[in-house]
Design a protein around this ligand. Sequence first.
Ligand SMILES: CC(=O)SCCNC(=O)CCNC(=O)[C@H](O)C(C)(C)COP(=O)(O)OP(=O)(O)OC[C@H]1O[C@@H](n2cnc3c(N)ncnc32)[C@H](O)[C@@H]1OP(=O)(O)O
Ligand SMILES: CC(=O)C(=O)O
Length: 523
Amino acid sequence: MKKVFIYDTTLRDGTQAEGVSVSVEDKLRITEKLDDFGIHYIEGGWPGSNPKDDEYFKKVKNLRLKNAKIAAFGSTRRAYLRVEDDPLIQNLIKAETPVITIFGKAWDMHVTEALKTTLENNLEMVYDTVRYLKAHTDEVVFIGEHFFDGYKSNPDYAYAVMKTAQEAGADFLVLADTNGGTLPIEIESIIKQVKEKGLDGKLGIHAHNDSDTAVWNSITAVLNGAVQVHGTINGFGERCGNANLCSIIPNLSLKLGYETIPEESIRRLKELSNFVADIVNLPVPKNMPFVGDSAFAHKGGVHASAVLKNPKLYEHINPELVGNRRKILVSDLAGKSNIIYKARELGIEIDEKDPRITELVQEIKRLENYGYHYEAAEASLELLIRKHLGMLKKYFDLDAYRVLIARRYTDKEPVSEATVRIKIDNHYEHTASLGYGPVNALDRALKKALVEIYPSLSEVELIDYKVRIINESAGTAAKIRVLVESKDRERKWGTVGVSDNVIEASWQAVVDSFIYKLVKDGV
Ligand SMILES: CC(=O)SCCNC(=O)CCNC(=O)[C@H](O)C(C)(C)COP(=O)(O)OP(=O)(O)OC[C@H]1O[C@@H](n2cnc3c(N)ncnc32)[C@H](O)[C@@H]1OP(=O)(O)O
Ligand SMILES: CC(=O)C(=O)O
């Protein structure tokens, strides 16, 4: 099996993404995680660029890494300085990493316009820097910045830059599509040409995603002989991001038979994706291939029906191979199969031929049309299914609720007060409570009324509350959907309510939340 070295630049190019800022501790945690997953190279940052990166390189030496080699990143020497006198080069050496990665200009226009130097001097900068660094570290990775654009502009020069780096001793010659404008067909053609011309070192690829082709550009490079692939977890990075390792790794390993990271790590890929997303505070888009929450979610009734017969009918791989899971969604696009799958997933015994399933599908479509949305409120969906199948106990009846919001001249904030009167068996409970807002007051008053009979409700906490106006064009007559997220010591769940009135919609969602808790506790 051919091996491809995975080179992660989440901590360097990834942090060049808009909105990302990570602490040294964050960087160290990500380093340990990437190492644990068997990533071969971790580019930690640019020593000398900022105090955080300097501290990172001091501290990373103390980590006991099992798999990864840490790379310090920088550029070729300044056009007008000797390597010995260039502080940026000296900082790279001071980082004391086993790998140093430098980028050098491979596009003639960049040499003359950005560096403002001559093409010959740039070749000398590449040669001097690689040679010098090679004497100070184990491995030097040379990135030909803008290699593909450079090749399209001046093929001989772009080739000469890479060949110079090879002659100076670079261990990997990485071809970069820095502006991300190159297409897979061009990657293939250009790599073939440079190999024919005589670039016979170990090639790598560093692709950006501006044309939405970074993953396939990287894979094309591998298919044409590249043995090192640069990318980031979840693909975030400068502008539109870098090549997404969460797609490259499974494509190479599961589909094309290359050795990348160990199989058991690939089985936890979603965990790695979520881990990095949480730390950098950039959520994983639901529709991200392989690791997104919707990557294996089936919504259309036709899809659900087929997946129940054989998942392969609508899934390109088994989701478990990358640590993801199959989801069957229930919505107005559902058919009987969605309901059967969902009910079984929830542990509800259901006979496929039960005529109530068809009625339930129609009821869900009616409610979704009214404004309910069950994808984000699975607890309400479970209650609806149970109720329809006669499997939901009556825990209490609402007799009345009332919410008052008042602000006197002397009050700093409005005061919310709720009263609730409910009937349990033949007994009435009548309670009142103040709250931070009307929903909080209702939640407290209802809990007060129920907790003596159902003590486990004291564990329920409402942790999120979202309000959405559904048919906005109707102005004040618009319907309001409230989604509530609740938790107890073990789980989180979502419930929904819809009404013309925000308090009534909130009440429905809160009531569902409490009932769901009682169902799950087996009360
Ligand atoms: C394609 C990439 O993603 S490369 C990585 C980009 N990442 C970053 O830039 C983040 C870290 N960068 C930094 O902290 C700073 O830019 C530093 C410390 C590297 C340099 O800071 P400064 O000295 O203030 O320079 P500044 O950022 O304004 O400009 C970049 C300089 O690097 C030079 N440079 C750019 N590429 C190269 C190269 N391959 N080789 C040598 N010099 C280069 C530019 O010509 C410019 O030099 P000049 O100031 O003499 O015109
Ligand atoms: C070096 C680098 O990040 C690039 O060429 O895109």
